[in-house]
Design a protein around this ligand. Structure first.
Ligand code: DGY
Length: 325
């Protein structure tokens, strides 16, 4: 039996590419051609190769137009991400294509990234680092770059899924008070004493630091807009490691410029890799290049999880453990 053809839209960690090559007729993307940004090109390559599976990643253009143009040979799209907002799940379902993601394995790393941003924003770490690199530091001074402590602050987690709950566990170690907003209240064993809010205004006006962990898509688009920012306490901090589209960038820049929001830490952006220009000149914003899950351990685990799903469908003819939708 020939091995099923697997089209990889991106270069992946070495061990994952090796497993792809061992078990599939793997067609690897070459490192220097960003063809994966073009949905028509993905569909063309899938057609040329007779791909049975497409191994894609966060941000790839897997919308309805791409999915409609895929050949009938494609049975499964496995994304190297927990987020699936780049994939039109309904279009895939209509074509009988299974879509899978990589839940759980990146929760800790992404929460770690949110915590990193929270510390950077609260303690002005990016600003300090830039000062040292620029040779502008003139020595220790009693009032230099004073930030705020996390201890005793109210952390508001918007989206209390696995990542949000990992962040809550870390924040308890910093003696923070945990509040969360979600569509429904979590059971006590997951809540672990965190305070649930069923209303945005009540939630946002109660907290000192907001950390956003909501899925992308229309339901959360521009959720953090001027009105909601206005409900937050003066001097509050905003962190986003979920999806960039959940923030109204112009409104956040205005709130930062006015000093209503003290600082922000962002790992995700609307229309990545573009970054809203208003952030770039603001010292009070820490900016990371979407590296929430970027640890050696996590990226390997994500690759293994994606391949476990591909193997189930393409090698064993079974249901995918992480089928979405
Ligand atoms: C995801 O998994 O959705 C992240 O955004 C990329 O790791």
């Amino acid at each position: 039996m020939p091995k099923p053809v697997l089209l990889l839209t991106r270069r992946l960690p070495e061990a994952i590419e090796a497993r792809c090559a061992r078990d599939y007729d793997a067609r690897l993307n070459s490192a220097d051609t960003p063809w994966y940004r073009d949905g028509a090109e993905i569909a063309r390559r899938a057609t040329e190769t007779g791909a049975a599976g497409v191994f894609c990643a966060a941000g790839d253009p897997m919308g309805a137009a791409t999915i409609t143009a895929l050949p009938d040979s494609v049975k499964v799209i496995a994304t190297f991400s927990v987020g699936t907002d780049h994939i039109d799940i309904a279009a895939a379902r209509a074509r009988g294509i299974t879509v899978t993601n990589t839940p759980e394995v990146l929760s800790f790393a992404t929460a770690e990234c949110a915590f990193t941003l929270m510390l950077m924003a609260a303690r002005r770490a990016g600003e300090g680092e830039r000062m040292v690199r620029a040779g502008a530091w003139e020595g220790w001074a009693p009032t230099q770059l004073m930030g705020v402590t996390l201890e005793g602050k109210r952390l508001g987690i918007a989206g209390f899924g696995r990542i949000g709950r990992e962040l809550a566990a870390m924040a308890r170690g910093f003696r923070m008070e945990i509040h969360y907003r979600d569509l429904r209240r979590a059971p006590p064993e997951l809540e672990q004493g965190a305070t649930f809010h069923g209303d945005d205004r009540e939630f946002l006006s109660a907290i000192d630091i907001l950390s956003m962990h909501m899925p992308g898509g229309e339901a959360t688009r521009r959720w953090l807009n001027a009105e909601r920012l206005g409900w937050m306490k003066p001097g509050a901090i905003v962190i986003n490691t979920g999806r960039g589209g959940s923030v109204d960038d112009a409104a956040l820049v205005a709130a930062l410029t006015a000093g209503h929001i003290r600082a922000a830490g962002l790992d995700v952006y609307d229309g990545e890799p573009k970054v809203f220009p208003g952030y770039l000149g603001l010292e009070s914003v820490a900016l990371l290049p979407h590296l929430g899950s970027a640890t050696l351990e996590t990226r390997d685990a994500m690759g293994r999880r994606a391949l476990d799903n591909l193997d189930a469908v393409l090698l064993r003819g079974e249901a995918a453990p992480d089928a979405v939708g």
